[in-house]
Design a protein around this ligand. Sequence first.
Ligand SMILES: Cc1ncc(COP(=O)(O)O)c(C=O)c1O
Length: 377
Amino acid sequence: MDWIEKEKKLIPQVYKRQNIIFERGEGCYLYDLNGKKYLDLVAGIATVAIGHSHPEFILRVSEQLNKLVHVSNLYYTIPQIALAEKLQKLTGLDRFFFCNSGTEAMEASLKFARKATGKKKFVAFKNAFHGRTMGALSVTYKEKFRKAFEPLIQPVEFANFNEIADLERKVDKETSAVILELIQGEAGVFPAEKEFVKAIFELKEKFDFLVIFDEVQTGFGRTGKWFAKEHYGFQPDIMAMAKAMGSGFPIGCSSIKEEVAKKLEKGDHGSTFGGNPLACTASLATIEIIEKYGLVENAEKMGNYFMKRLKELFSEVRGKGLMIGFKIANAEEFVKKALDKGLVLNATSDDNIRLVPPLVIGKKEIDLAIEILSSLG
Ligand SMILES: Cc1ncc(COP(=O)(O)O)c(C=O)c1O
């Protein structure tokens, strides 16, 4: 029996997978079991920021692997503290709770918001995606993801994205936090408007709620800035991050202001694995490689070039940096045809493609991608 048949018997069938087994990767390229080479424009869904098998990453993580993997948060370990120090410089936030994924970063963020404000209600946005555990799912919009698991946490209201008047109707004195992806990712790459973000912060003044930015997908250089918030010039009270934080090594974080941290007590939250020395070393190595090779700047430059080339071929090309979406009919079919020709793409719906390649991508790879895309008809 082949591996794919085995998977169908062994793994709960919750994933829609392509009919392909990847075995190894190098830079922007992946190789399947037969040795066929693919240009990867998905990067593990906006995750493998520094490219596959980066030699400096391998070295750093292997050194830590040989030294110490895990001891729990009953003790202090240096990589966790060093990573927090680094994140403080990068984010301007004050304290950092480490976990293992995006959805966990959202769980922590929601709990911290309730504890800090003493209020219950959350306001999120239509088409938002924040994860699939019960708390994060409660602020995720899609009915299909939510319905079977109700009752979820309440009260939650969904406002229209980029529509100030609707948000004004949904927030009030009972609101604990407004939760926002500055660029909606799973929805297909839809940026928030500057005026809209400004209005959120004006309403925050009036109603005294916290603002949570979900930068799980947009963080760590993806949009041509370290964090998408820098495009908007606003500082949230809480920021969730994960994905590219460890360039494929599982790690997430809820970054918070001191005012929020002050309200937290021992036992309010915790994680066995969260912030272990290996994961924190993987994240530190990722950040240092992004810095050393100017990958944030590369994301901006290559993102602009990629978007310019895509606009020659497709309608409605949207995004920032290397987080790009465009409209196409029969997107799922398009993805399959691209895979046949050695190009890895992701469809977020049946009429939208999302491109989130490794941040190390260069002109040569983009030109190759355009050549393949233009041959797909
Ligand atoms: C904005 C956003 N938040 C949260 C999540 C959940 O992250 P994870 O899949 O690591 O739990 C995702 C995943 O796609 C995301 O894009």
